[in-house]
Each structure stands twice: as C-alpha cells, then as structure tokens.
Unconditional design. Structure first.
Ligand SMILES: [Zn+2]
Length: 312
C-alpha cells in the first residue's frame, strides 16, 4: 500500500514539472520494471540497477519463499515486468505456475546460473512425506549464503539488466563493480570473524538446512532438524537425531531463524540445555526499518550472532 502511494506521488511530481519548459530531454525515461522472487534478489537488483530500475519483491520481508502462495496481484506484477529474477535450484516451486498464469511472457533470469549446487544430505532429506514437489531432487537452493556465490548472482543480474536495457550498460557495469568490491570486503570480514572462533566451537544448530553454502565456504558446521526446504515438518526421528548429536558432539549453541517458527529450536534447547544464540537471517531480509534491510547487513548480522555466541 505504502509503495503504491509513493509511486503515485512520484508520477504526480513528474506531471507537475513537465509543462514548465522544454525539458523533455532531462526527464528520465520510465524505470525498467523488475520483479524479484524474494527480498535478497531484490536487494542485488537495486544495487546494480540504481535509479534505472524499479524492483518489487514478491515474497515480503521475514517471509518464507519455500512455501509462498502467490496472489493475483503477483500475477499482474509479473505480467508488467521486463525482467523476472529468480533464484532457481528449486527454491520457488510456485513460480512456473505463476509465470504461466501471468501470460508466460516474462523474461526469466536465473540468478544462480553457473553456480554448482550443493546436494542436501540424504539423512535430513527423507521426511517420509508422500507429496511431490517441483524442486530439483536434493539441490540446496541457499547459494546466497556464500558471499563468493552472491558475486555470481550479481554478475548474472548485471548481464540481464544490460540485455534488457542496453542504454544503461555503463551504469550497470559501474554499479556492479562498486558493489562487487563491497562483497569482496564482506567476504574477508566473514573469514576474519570465523577465524576468531575456536575451531572446536564452530558447530551450531539452526531450524532448517539453510547454511550449507556458508558452512562449505567458511567452515562452521550447521545441522538442522528440517531439510533444505521448509515444506514439511521434521519428523520425531529427525528431532531425536539432532538431540543425540548435540549431546554427543557437545554442540555449543542453537540458533533461531527469522523465517521459521521458533518453537522447535526452543524445545531442542530446553531439552539439551544448550544455549540459544539469537536469530540468524536465513532466507529473507527484514523490513526496511528492521535490523537487516540489505544482504550486506544480513551477512554482518549473522557473523556477529555467531561470533558473539561461539567465542564467548
Ligand atoms: Zn530455506
């Protein structure tokens, strides 16, 4: 609602200045309409596209992309967009149907193109649920949790924006270069932070398997009662296995996630006496005025939560 009001206000302002003089030349052309499936992708698009793009995220802040149900308004947004940026790797099982319903003409950009997917561990995968999914068998979609992968997302988005709006090529390249340099610095920050944690304490529990790429890139082991998607509840056996593992490996902390129901992790903490190390942002940013409005904020928040719990 707020966003609509803002857009309408912006249009009114343009209409107001237009008749003043022959400055049609100076009036920027309408921004490129981009739809991103979820908030982290929208942030990447904003960083590369700047003022030349108007980006909307279908899945809102602090929300779960795995189990999203698109609205009729989402169909209209996709139909109106020049580009639709998606994660792929089975994250957005609801997307093909939405694209079909919107007329099927959207120009889809798969931001993970070129990333070698991790496979989910077989153990956490068998939840005994009978329904079928659209996602690739066992691919872990959370590739953004490694900053090196985020750089591939950004390069793919840059190339797609250039293909859709060649006039902006130089702006997109310049913005992407500046942002990629920030991501390089961020990657170093994560490595330094992890190096400050004693090796034997680099083991934690989270709600679902969202940190496999983080674990592979930075060397903190994550275990979770729920698999790489949140579309099924963990079984009693999954939960029992995690509790056994926590006791056996003396895992120092469990973490909640911003998109997940906290009750299960709280129960595991209560049953094992392990401390809760706060919340990690796994699959979504916060609202603009929240603690994690951007991807860079997300990574910083998570390494701060991890180091303050695991070094203390
Ligand atoms: Zn997830």
């Amino acid at each position: 609602m707020k966003r609509r009001a803002f857009i309408a206000g912006g249009l009114a302002a343009v209409v107001f200045v237009w008749p003043q003089s022959a400055r049609a030349q100076a009036v920027p052309k309408a921004p490129l309409k981009v739809v991103a499936s979820f908030s982290i992708l929208a942030d990447f698009v904003r960083n590369v596209g700047g003022d030349r793009v108007e980006v909307i995220s279908l899945v809102g802040p602090d929300s779960d992309t795995h189990v999203y149900t698109p609205s009729p308004a989402d169909g209209r947004r996709v139909a109106a967009a020049k580009l639709v940026v998606v994660n792929g790797l089975g994250l957005e099982g609801w997307l093909p149907r939405l694209v079909r319903a919107s007329g099927g003409k959207a120009n889809l950009v798969v931001a993970t193109k070129g990333i070698v997917p991790l496979k989910s561990e077989a153990e956490g995968h068998d939840h005994g649920h009978g329904h079928d999914h659209d996602h690739g068998e066992g691919d872990d979609p959370h590739a953004w949790q490694s900053v090196a992968n985020a750089k591939i997302y950004v390069a793919n988005i840059r190339d797609a924006l250039i293909a859709a709006d060649a006039e902006g090529a130089e702006v997109y390249r310049r913005n992407a270069d500046a942002y990629l340099a920030q991501l390089d610095a961020l990657d170093r920050e994560v490595r330094e932070a992890v190096a400050s944690i004693p090796p034997e304490r680099r083991r934690v529990i989270s709600s679902h398997e969202a940190f496999g790429y983080f674990a592979a890139a930075y060397g903190i082991a994550f275990m979770a009662p729920q698999g790489v998607s949140t579309d099924s509840e963990p079984s009693a056996r999954d939960v029992a296995a995690i509790i056994t593992q926590i006791r056996k490996d003396k895992i120092p902390a469990v973490f909640l996630e911003n998109i997940s129901d906290p009750r299960l992790v709280r129960r595991i903490a209560a049953e094992t006496g392990v401390k809760i190390g706060g919340s990690l942002f796994s699959d979504s940013l916060s609202a603009k005025n929240g603690p994690v409005p951007t991807y860079i904020d997300l990574v910083r928040h998570n390494i701060k939560a991890l180091t303050s719990t695991l070094t203390g």
